[in-house]
Design a protein around this ligand. Structure first.
Ligand code: PEP
Ligand code: MN
Length: 337
């Protein structure tokens, strides 16, 4: 249930509502960014009676939230969530472009690609120091030394860093060096990891699982929000289907569906979504056209030598072209970039 308070509500009245919720054994969650003060109630197993709260001083109305995800739903918060990361905004009218190599391979490579994507107009740098690979014999990432390189890329380019944490130990390391924690597709339902990043001060970039429904994605986001971290960006990266012409099937239809149900920003990753660099620009443009809040793409200066995901990494000049296209498209979809 969502308790919406009157415009002129006093602190005392808010505290009384919070106390009432806690006395009933539930959790009171202040909803950030709302024009009015609003408090979300979670933890109740059965529906609450709105009248119990509507009679209290300072309460405008109590609204039942019908969806299983509460804190991330539009029912709880009508307006779009806008995150700010080192001055870069994601969500609302802003378009975010997150780019970089699949993996940090060495300092020279990461710095070179960082400079190239920054010059082309990316607003976040992404590279993996911990890589989830299908084979245990494939390159697994550089680990902490890779994170140190990422911090150098941020110093050199000014771009905030997005990087994946695959386990609890890595979350603490990523918190030391980076600006956004990526939770990869394979970990979308790693609930202990979700709870841990829910306690982080860093925003979370949450990728949809390879066979996850939209509701499951939103429930995973709810795990993060339930621990107090509302700074979540969702990411569609393609799902498994019978189609075998692409690495995955990029489900762009999920974008407007998520936007309808949730206030969280959703980005699209056409690199993992297609697995082929020539398919990335058209699907990146399509993603923006259907209302995505940005894209995440892989770029490499020597993709033929990349230690992971070379075939889907764009050449830097291809990326620069794509950014130009997105700049031209932005006003058509009422976005700034
Ligand atoms: C990645 O972003 O590099 C990655 C491994 O993606 P996903 O978790 O979507 O497979
Ligand atoms: Mn990759």
């Amino acid at each position: 249930m969502l308790i919406v308070m009157d415009k002129g509500v006093t602190d005392r009245e808010i505290q009384a509502v919070v106390k009432r919720i806690e006395d009933l054994g539930y959790k009171a969650n202040p909803i950030p960014g709302a024009q009015r003060v609003a408090i979300g109630i979670t933890g109740n197993q059965t529906p609450l009676d709105p009248e119990e709260f509507e009679a209290m001083p300072g309460v405008k109305e109590a609204i039942r939230v019908t969806k299983p995800y509460k804190l991330v739903s539009r029912e709880m918060k009508g307006e779009d969530t806008v995150l700010s990361v080192r001055g870069r905004e994601v969500g609302g009218r802003h378009l975010a472009v997150i780019a970089g190599p699949c993996a940090v391979e060495n300092e020279e490579q990461a710095l070179a690609i960082g400079q190239l994507v920054a010059a082309a107009g990316a607003n976040f740098f992404r590279g993996g120091a911990f890589k989830p690979r299908t084979s245990p014999y494939s390159f697994q990432g550089l680990g902490e030394p890779g994170l140190r390189i990422l911090a150098k890329v941020r110093d050199a380019t000014g771009l905030p860093i997005v990087t994946e944490a695959m386990d609890l130990e890595a979350v603490s390391l990523v918190e030391e060096y980076a600006d956004v924690i990526q939770i990869g597709a394979r970990n979308m339902q790693n609930f202990s990891l979700l709870k841990r990043v829910g306690k982080s001060r860093l925003p979370v970039f949450l990728k949809r699982g390879i066979a996850a429904t939209m509701d499951e994605l939103l429930m995973s986001a709810e795990y993060v929000a339930a621990e107090g971290n509302y700074r979540i960006m969702l990411c569609e990266r393609g799902v498994r289907t019978f189609a075998d012409h692409a690495r995955n099937t990029l489900d762009l239809s999920v974008v407007p569906a998520v936007k309808h149900l949730s206030h969280l920003p959703i980005l699209v990753d056409p690199s993992h979504g297609t697995g082929r660099r020539d398919r990335v620009p058209p699907l990146a443009r399509a993603a923006i056209a259907v209302g995505a809040d940005g894209i995440m793409v892989e770029v490499h200066d020597h993709p033929e030598k990349a230690l992971s995901d070379g075939p889907q990494a764009m050449y830097p000049d291809q990326f620069a072209e794509l950014v130009k296209d997105l700049r031209a498209m932005a006003p058509l979809v009422s976005r700034t970039f």
